[in-house]
Design a protein around this ligand. Structure first.
Ligand code: LMR
Length: 401
């Protein structure tokens, strides 16, 4: 049965983490996978998450099944925070939600739902570059996928004209993947004005917005600011939209797989029907979602003092990342790194998109034990005051040779 099976190379980002872990050099620096690290390069359990965990344990934790759609208080808390209370109150009866296996699971549920509801599988437009899993998720479900130029490698900035052109030419009823904020890997987001233009063109051309929202609150430290495009499309523009929400980064719940798919529709019966369909799709796929992480997130979202602590935690993470971005920039300039590095401080979010050649990336990995993705994306959280000068100096040395 299986004699035609081919070997699939390991996922590049996970393989990079494994390589880093196997490196015995005391100098090694992990700038690969997007996971937050504290100033000592250690994983960080958010204080708000610790408090929520303690409260759950004190009350007594059981391990029964969750409902198929997931924990109701988590789904509602998620919809409220993503939409903001005003929009939530306005559209509460027009949304369908389903707890998911983090952001990837939400994208997958979105794909299953689109496949089940559309006459013909729509084309999915995906920015280039993008998060490495986007193509895989939609291709594996049989969607035709088209890349569009999002980033100009010459100017090292968002290519907004190419973006608008794609939207104007895309076949109506296509899907467009939108990074809600902190575009992965480039760190370049549209401005608010550009988002308005994107929304207007998409509405006029009947394109379906599917947001990948993995960094809300983690990008700027201000949740409302980061959720701006979602609220613009579903509020001011009154559009149907899908939102794939992850709590991996902004609550540090990576391995617990806490996420939610939210669909904003136009009518109440539509929302009921679509939610029933999500329930059926979820049942056939994972039966019911995992409980522990969702209970933690629900506790944080539903308790004012824990929520306040969480906002502070997101500010702690995003401000440390901002400080390290600036420190890398300063050290690159101080060590005389050739070229301009302004792009680095114009970007935002977890990643820096350095613009180094593959040769330099591999040399940094092999000779200097500095690990970054092949496209020279760095997870800035891997930098700290103990290694940033070394990283900058090493980049400078490689570029000079
Ligand atoms: C990343 O982009 O490094 C993270 O989102 C981790 C992943 O799953 O790829």
């Amino acid at each position: 049965w299986f004699n035609k099976s081919e070997f699939i190379p390991p996922d590049a980002i996970f393989a990079l983490t494994a390589k880093f872990q196997a490196d015995s050099s005391p100098q090694k620096v992990n700038l690969g996978q997007g996971t937050y690290r504290d100033a000592d390069a250690k994983p960080w359990v958010l204080p708000s998450v610790n408090l929520a965990r303690e409260a759950l344990l004190t009350r007594g934790l059981q391990h029964e099944y969750l409902p198929i759609l997931g924990l109701q208080s988590f789904r509602e808390g998620t919809a409220k925070i993503v939409l903001g209370s005003e929009l939530f109150d306005k559209r509460a009866t027009q949304i369908a939600t389903c707890q998911s296996l983090s952001g990837t699971g939400a994208l997958h549920l979105a794909g299953l739902l689109l496949r089940a509801t559309q006459n013909k599988q729509p084309t999915v437009y995906i920015p280039e570059p993008t998060w490495s899993n986007h193509h895989q998720v939609f291709k594996s479900l049989g969607f035709p996928c088209e890349s569009f130029k999002y980033y100009d490698y010459e100017t090292k900035s968002l290519d907004i004209d190419s973006y608008y052109n794609m939207l104007k030419q895309a076949e109506p009823n296509s899907v467009v993947i939108l990074h809600a904020c902190a575009h992965n890997p480039t760190g370049c987001d549209p401005t608010k004005e550009q988002w308005r233009e994107i929304a207007q063109v998409m509405k006029a051309r009947e394109l379906f917005p599917l947001f990948d929202a993995a960094y809300l609150g983690f990008n700027s430290g201000d949740y409302d600011e980061d959720a701006f495009p979602i609220r613009l499309f579903m509020g001011e523009m009154d559009m149907e939209a899908g939102v794939c929400i992850s709590f991996a980064k902004n609550m540090g719940l990576y391995g617990e797989r806490v996420g939610c798919f939210l669909l904003g529709t136009k009518d109440e019966q539509g929302a009921v029907n679509l939610q029933s369909m999500l329930e059926m799709l979820q049942r056939s796929e994972v039966s019911n979602p995992p409980g522990f992480g969702a209970k933690i997130a629900s506790e944080v979202l539903g308790n004012d003092s824990l929520k306040e602590q969480w906002f502070q935690d997101m500010e702690t993470m995003s401000s440390r990342i901002r400080a390290m971005r600036a420190a890398l920039y300063d050290n690159l300039i101080a060590s005389g790194a050739p070229g301009s590095w302004d792009h680095l401080i114009q970007q935002s979010g977890m990643f820096g998109f350095l613009g180094l050649s593959l040769d330099v990336v591999l040399r940094l990995r092999d000779e200097y034990h500095i690990y970054m993705a092949d496209n020279s994306r760095i997870s800035i959280a891997g930098l700290n005051t103990g290694n940033v000068e070394y990283v900058a100096r090493s980049i400078t040395e490689c570029l000079r040779d």
